[in-house]
Design a protein around this ligand. Structure first.
Ligand code: GDP
Length: 296
C-alpha cells in the first residue's frame, strides 16, 4: 500500500531534512515535487491543491525557516496535513443504537460487498461478541444469496433463510423482524450489486433504507478503481446518505489515490479497509498510522 508515494515523499522530504538551512524557494520547490507525487498516486486534483496550499501556508513562514531544524518542521507539517486530509481520528462501526442495529451495505457489483459483509459480521461476532444476522437482498441473483449463506457458515454467522419471490424491502423487513424476535444485536443487509450507478437499484436501496432505518449505511468501494471509487461514493451518498466507506483491495493498491482522496472529497470517513480475499482480511483505518506508513 502506498509504496510508490511513500518512496517519493521520503526522497523529497529526506533531502530537505539533510539540508541545514532552508529558503522559501527550497520549500516551494519541494512542494512542487510533493504535488507531482500525489498526482501520480492518483489523488484528486482538488485534494492535492488544498493539501499543498495548507502545507505552504504553514511552512513558508519566518518561524519555520529560521528554526533550528526547518526540514524536520516541514516533515511534521506534511504529516499533520496528511492526517487531517485522511480524517484525523479512526472511526469504527457505530453500534450505538437500540438493538437490532441495522447496517445497510451498498456498492457496485464486484466491489467486494458480499465478502465485506461477511468480514464485518465475523468481526462483530468474534471480537465484539454481538449476535449478528445477515440477509441478502439481491433478488435478481440467487447466486449472490447463496454466496452470503455459504460465507455465513464459514464465519459462523446466521443468515436469514431464503424465501423465493419476496422483494428486497420485504426481505429487509423480515430480517429486522426475525432479529427482533430472535434477540439479535445487529442485522446486516447486503443490497443488490449493480454494474453502474443505476437508478432502479438506487430507488430500491432507498426504499430499503426508509423501511428499516439502518444506523449505518456503508458504501463498499474498490480502491483499485481510484477516482472512480471516489465518484461512486459521491453518487451513493447523494442518493442514499452514506455513513462510512469500506475500501476493498487495498492489498493490491500500490498507489492509494482512492484512500487518500475519499475523506476530503466526500466528507465521509473510511471506516475499514479490505486487505485480502480471506474473511479475516479486514483492518481499521487509522489516519495517523496511514500517514506514518506513507512518510516511512
Ligand atoms: P460483490 O459483487 O461486490 O458482492 O463482490 P464479492 O464480495 O463477491 O467479491 C468479488 C471478489 O473480490 C471476490 O473474489 C472476493 O474474494 C474479492 N475481494 C473482496 N474484497 C477483497 C479485498 O479486500 N482484497 C482482495 N484481494 N480481494 C477481495
Amino acid at each position: 500500500m502506498f509504496e510508490s508515494l511513500s518512496d517519493k515523499l521520503s526522497g523529497i522530504l529526506g533531502s530537505l531534512t539533510r539540508r541545514g538551512a532552508l529558503t522559501e524557494n527550497d520549500v516551494n520547490e519541494a512542494l512542487r515535487e510533493v504535488r507531482r507525487a500525489l498526482l501520480e498516486a492518483d489523488v484528486a486534483l482538488e485534494v492535492v491543491r488544498s493539501f499543498t496550499d495548507t502545507v505552504r501556508s504553514r511552512a513558508v513562514g519566518a518561524e519555520v525557516i529560521k528554526s533550528v531544524s526547518p526540514g524536520q518542521m516541514v516533515v511534521k507539517i506534511v504529516h499533520d496535513a496528511l492526517v487531517e486530509m485522511l480524517g484525523k481520528e479512526a472511526e469504527g462501526i457505530d453500534l450505538n443504537a437500540p438493538a437490532p442495529v441495522g447496517i445497510l451495505m451498498v456498492g457496485l457489483q464486484g466491489s467486494g460487498k458480499t465478502t465485506t459483509t461477511a468480514k464485518i459480521a465475523r468481526r462483530l461476532s468474534d471480537r465484539m461478541k454481538r449476535r449478528v444476522l445477515m440477509a441478502s437482498l439481491d433478488t435478481r441473483r440467487p447466486a449472490a444469496m447463496e454466496q452470503l449463506a455459504v460465507l455465513g457458515k464459514q464465519v459462523g454467522v446466521d443468515t436469514l433463510p431464503i424465501v423465493a419471490g419476496q422483494s428486497a424491502v420485504q426481505i429487509a423487513r423480515r430480517a429486522m423482524e426475525a432479529a427482533r424476535l430472535g434477540g439479535y444485536d445487529v442485522v446486516m443487509l447486503d443490497t443488490a450489486g449493480r454494474v453502474t450507478v443505476d437508478e432502479a437499484l438506487m430507488a430500491e436501496a432507498a426504499e430499503v433504507r426508509a423501511a428499516t432505518a439502518p444506523h449505518e449505511v456503508l458504501l463498499v468501494a474498490d480502491s483499485l478503481t481510484g477516482q472512480d471509487a471516489v465518484n461512486t461514493a459521491k453518487a451513493f451518498d447523494g442518493r442514499l446518505g452514506v455513513t462510512g466507506i469500506v475500501l476493498t483491495r487495498m492489498d493490491g493498491d500500490g498507489r492509494g489515490g482512492a484512500a487518500l482522496s475519499m475523506r476530503a472529497v466526500t466528507g465521509k470517513p473510511i471506516k475499514l479497509v479490505g486487505t485480502g480475499e480471506k474473511v479475516d482480511a479486514l483492518e481499521e483505518f487509522h489516519p495517523g498510522r496511514v500517514a506514518n506508513r506513507i512518510l516511512g
